[in-house]
Design a protein around this ligand. Sequence first.
Ligand code: PMP
Length: 399
Amino acid sequence: MSRISRRIGAISESATLAVDAKAKALKAAGRPVIGFGAGEPDFPTPEYIVQAAVEAARDPKNHRYSPAAGLPELREAIAAKTMRDSGYAIEASQVLVTNGGKQAVYNTFATLLDPGDEVIIPAPYWTTYPEAVQLAGGAPVTIFAGPEQGYKVTVEQLDSVRTERTKVLLFVSPSNPTGAVYTPDEVAAIGRWAVEHGIWVVTDEIYEHLTYGEAKFSSIATLVPELEDRVVILNGVAKTYAMTGWRVGWMVGPQDVIKAATNLQSHATSNVANVSQRAALAAVAGPLDAVEEMKVAFNRRRLAIVEGLNAIEGLHCPTPEGAFYAYSDVRGLLGKEIRGVVSNTSAELAAVILEQAEVAVVPGEAFGPSGYIRMSYALGDADLAEGVARMQRLLGEAR
Ligand code: PMP
């Protein structure tokens, strides 16, 4: 018998967190590291949301257990918000409030998958999806969409990996890690393909409000109403309201799925912290002004980072249209020598960038194939400019 179960032993360390840990260790040792690794807004949570939490903490009714599925007021507000932002009509009973979007991902796959069920995950993908699928006994099936197609998967590609065991398609737009945003036509085509083959769609809408320029978020659940019985929406307050640390997310789905997932959660974690739920209630029931303000800053940084990165020979960064990530193709820099070191993978290149330029980026290996780096532009303008300038100097030495 092994000490650690095979199921848990097979989980790999989050590569994004590993980069972050290494960058923090260098910083602690006094090195002026600039971090492009973190997937979180650098703004504080808006004051009226914090105020709601302060008041909630003083009210003894929030000091007790509450329903595992979430506070009834919050589930109502999420149903109303889903109508407002996605145009999708649901009942409050179709909402399960979770410990962040991450637990919604975990709950969803645990609830939908039997051993051997396949989940199609377009790559580059957010690191947590394949792990959550595997934990649930499912089999992740990835299909890569590269920069020449704007990191957006096509129906033909999806169909090329469909088998009799395909149960679910994981869909995310705007995307982490690429910032890609699918057009309404693309979303609808993918949704119709899923309906045609009886495939469930799990759609992660956590970056719905972070789109730039002409790009607009559109919900697959709304564009393809025939999916109704087979669609689960994942969302949360983390990105829209700068609330990553509060840990409130949710899943929306058919009644039977939500009921089953609630049973799971009732044994795993019970209710999400009431104070956090009260803060989330103030957020989702309130205005979207704060995210509009953050968007102005993110958009400025988006344009600055793309321009700065594309000035580097051997690196190509398509302009992302959503979220707060820039995903660069660095294959042109592999096999070249930089300060005596030849990097053959993006993981090796990221290590050189950290060591020599004191800039932390996440290598593509964390999200699928090697040859790419992800940089979050949710950091201050001055740090962003300095970090990109350091990369320009270092990578300009590649021979
Ligand atoms: N989905 C995506 C695509 C994400 O990038 C994240 C955060 N990195 C989440 C879900 C979950 O966020 P949280 O657990 O902080 O709510």
